[in-house]
Design a protein around this ligand. Structure first.
Ligand SMILES: [Zn+2]
Length: 306
């Protein structure tokens, strides 16, 4: 394997624990290995699968990730990426060696942008989908992002390992977020704005229970767990060719229950891409207690929100 693709895992003991027995992982050749000899090979693209039993969501195929990658590269989400970078720049604690975790990184668009803008920062990024992590790692020219396949409800990360968590259009698990975040660390959460994809939702209104989309509940729940430092709405409406409209129609979670083939997408020539970027700070000021047993976290304060 290209040694440059391995280099990012040299200090893996700083961040990673075994997903099976929760002990420290060390780099051993081209694998990460725990004291109980559980072994996780680093793939040639430069990621490690720390959730070998994970199942992929039916909504995310290899093809859908390729399509999403094309849409992201076309610039339709650049205003959102800029807002995420600005939030990190303004609020990420200025530790000598800050670490940022992208939770639910998808095809890696935001993790790569953050690594590029902040080369001194350790960026870790995971998704439950192996296909997406594979694509994310393949396109990472920095060779620096620590990509892994991981389970949101049982993260293979040490307690208090990171200073900042990015949660961009992804599910959240507050118990695990608090555990892996250093006291006083921040979470940058990005949720769709009320006008996001409104032209598509309008077109699909006959098949939707609610044409209006509200992120209020999600935002309220976030504010119960973190002190909200900053919130910003970013919105842009793009003229869009039919091929791109079609990809958007298939990739937006707001239309997952809609039969896209029954829609006359030719009626749509522009689309609004809108998001709310919320920055929250962890309220604790001291080091947290020992790692909770995962079952306790899930049972008592774990909330998986989709
Ligand atoms: Zn182990």
């Amino acid at each position: 394997m290209n040694p440059a693709r391995l280099a990012r895992f040299h200090d893996c003991a700083r961040y990673f624990i075994c997903p099976l027995c929760h002990t420290e992982l060390e780099l051993d050749g081209t694998s990460l290995r725990c004291p109980n000899r559980h072994t996780f090979d680093i793939a040639k693209q430069g990621y490690v699968n720390l959730a070998p039993a994970a199942k992929q969501s039916q909504f995310y195929s290899k093809e859908s990730f390729a399509n999403r990658g094309r849409i992201l590269d076309a610039g339709y989400y650049s205003h959102i990426a800029s807002a995420v970078l600005a939030a990190v720049h303004a609020h990420c604690p200025a530790e000598p060696h800050p670490a940022i975790l992208d939770a639910g990184c998808g095809e890696g668009f935001y993790a790569r942008a953050v690594q590029q803008a902040h080369p001194h920062v350790d960026v870790l990024a995971f998704d439950i989908s192996k296909d997406s992590v594979q694509q994310a790692a393949r396109e990472d020219t920095s060779l620096a992002v620590r990509w892994f396949v991981g389970n949101l409800a049982d993260l293979p990360l040490r307690d208090a390992a990171v200073d900042c968590i990015l949660d961009v259009f992804s599910p959240v698990h507050y118990g695990e977020f608090r555990r892996v975040l250093r006291p006083g660390g921040i979470v940058v959460k990005v949720v769709p704005g009320a006008r996001h994809d409104e032209q598509l939702r309008e077109l699909a209104s006959a098949q939707l229970r609610h044409t209006d989309y509200s992120n209020e509940q999600t935002v309220d729940q976030f504010a119960r767990h973190f002190d909200v430092m900053d919130t910003r709405l970013v919105s842009q409406t793009f003229a869009m060719p039919p091929d791109d409209v079609r990809v958007f129609a298939h990739m937006t979670p707001l239309l997952f229950n809609v039969d896209i083939d029954t829609l006359d997408l030719s009626q749509i020539s522009e689309l609004t891409i809108e998001a709310q970027v919320i920055v929250g700070r962890d309220r604790r000021t001291s080091t947290p207690a020992q790692r909770h047993h995962v079952a306790d976290v899930v049972a008592h304060d774990g909330e998986v929100e989709t």
